[in-house]
Design a protein around this ligand. Sequence first.
Ligand SMILES: [Zn+2]
Ligand SMILES: [Zn+2]
Length: 210
Amino acid sequence: MSLEIVPLTLGPVFTNAYLVADGGSGEAAVIDPAWDGGTILAEARRRGWQIRQLWYTHAHFDHIGGAAEIAAGLDTAPLVALHPEDRPLWQVRGGAMLFGFKIEPGPAPGIALEHGQFLQLGGLEFEVRHTPGHTPGHCIFHCAAAGALFSGDLIFQGSVGRTDLPGGDWQSLVESIREQVFTLPDGIRILSGHGGETSVGVEKRTNPFL
Ligand SMILES: [Zn+2]
Ligand SMILES: [Zn+2]
């Protein structure tokens, strides 16, 4: 059992969707099905993986825009995981209208994410950490066995998530990063919602916003 990660940069604001699977069982999930659900589905099919779950770091439109197309292409509707504090944002389609986009929201979230909860993917576990600041219900997913953190729009390579959108809060964002990211080992890979890969150690030393 090993975590396989396929990053796909999709959509109008270049969002990273992560198709992840337990290599042993082929059980797959999509962390932030950003856009172009058909592309994500095709990647899973090519590898013989079954997408069963969609995990949202937060409900902004550019992180959920591919969900409906993925769901439509599966025999069984995927389980959708979202923190309840981002549910209102999901209900307004992630603020798509604000940016002049239209999205289909896809299946309603059936898993209410909670801080400290573990999500299962085959034999792998992902710890959920609630990290408000960019949005009130923002969460990050830590797979300790794989040494990987999926950080959504909390922290990026050399940058941090914006806090000027509805529900954003700078103080909370900084606290979330310090308490939930910088407490992890330096070697943990950070796979974020936009931009390239980085690590906890590199951001601790060089992120100019912190
Ligand atoms: Zn966002
Ligand atoms: Zn984003």
